[in-house]
Design a binder for this molecule. Sequence first.
Ligand SMILES: CC(C)(COP(=O)(O)OP(=O)(O)OC[C@H]1O[C@@H](n2cnc3c(N)ncnc32)[C@H](O)[C@@H]1OP(=O)(O)O)[C@@H](O)C(=O)NCCC(=O)NCCS
Length: 176
Amino acid sequence: MLSIKKQNGTATLNKPLDTVTFETPTVEDGTEMWKLVNNSTLDQNSVYKYILMCEFFADTCVVAKEGDKVVGFVTAFIPPEKQDVVFVWQIGVDSSQRGKGIASKILNELINRDACRDVRFLEATVTPSNKASQSLFKGLARHHDTDCQVYDFFSEDLFPSDEHEEERCFRIGPLK
Ligand SMILES: CC(C)(COP(=O)(O)OP(=O)(O)OC[C@H]1O[C@@H](n2cnc3c(N)ncnc32)[C@H](O)[C@@H]1OP(=O)(O)O)[C@@H](O)C(=O)NCCC(=O)NCCS
């Protein structure tokens, strides 16, 4: 029942993206994911972190590829003490490929994974100025006919630089 309803959610989002595949990453994808982040507004991290995610959390990470080129990805994990949650650490799509539904498909691929069979909620943090990301997560909730709760999470004063906005939590679910 679970997978059928989730697959229905996916089907409503599908647009023709015949040349893009959605795969489980390997450590060889880490550098391309890191490069995509460096060309975006996402927080930058060492390449090591992407290789690490591909090694230990591949089941909850997705790469979107056009040929061999990584055009989008999500890195996510199931928090040890919240087995019904998949927490999205970062999601990004190459600027040349945005607005085609790739991020939506990445999230649907993620929640349909076997690793997410007990997951009922997808959580992510988003800054108030990131309207594209807010639309993405609200859209996910709408397409799955479920709720999107938004609440304060990481306040601005947790970050060392004045330039980092607060991060609000978007909690989507329950996913059926
Ligand atoms: C956020 C991001 C991943 C969205 O990727 P995308 O592939 O363009 O998203 P999609 O095409 O799947 O669109 C998903 C929804 O968001 C909406 N959307 C996408 N870009 C938007 C924008 N710039 N402004 C408003 N809405 C937008 C789409 O219309 C769609 O809505 P719908 O479900 O109602 O149809 C992409 O803009 C990105 O990589 N941004 C930089 C990195 C980033 O901010 N990541 C998120 C950090 S939390």
